[in-house]
Ligand binder design. Structure first.
Ligand code: FES
Length: 112
């Protein structure tokens, strides 16, 4: 029986200059909806879906390095993905982000 192999793909998402601090920036990458943001200069990317009820986290806001869901106010650390406050009880799904030559890339793992 063969196992699916995983391919890591580096996908351009946006110019680094367009990512404003303290903002949640929704992007579509390889058929996925993600959110990009920076916290104290660290780039973060995660699924644009709250682990509580899948509400888009890009509708929420980023304050003092914490992402808040606008539907029921669950809170998350966007760098570690850790859930910080209810009603969600699961972490965010994170993605690697790289800056290269003024452009931002997200690393996507795809099964083949
Ligand atoms: S859907 Fe995000 S806290 Fe409920």
């Amino acid at each position: 029986m063969s196992h699916p192999s995983i391919t890591r793909r580096r996908v351009f998402v946006m110019d680094a200059a367009a990512l404003a601090p303290d903002e949640l920036h929704p992007v579509s990458v390889a058929g996925r909806e993600l959110v990009l943001c920076t916290v104290e200069g660290q780039l973060c990317a995660f699924d644009d879906a709250c682990p509580h009820m899948n509400w888009p986290l890009s509708y929420g806001f980023l304050e003092d390095g914490v992402v808040y869901c606008s539907l029921h106010m669950a809170s998350f650390d966007p760098c570690s993905g850790r859930c910080l406050g209810p009603p969600a009880d699961r972490s965010l799904t994170l993605y690697e982000v790289e800056e290269d030559g003024g452009a931002l890339y997200v690393i996507i793992d795809e099964e083949e």
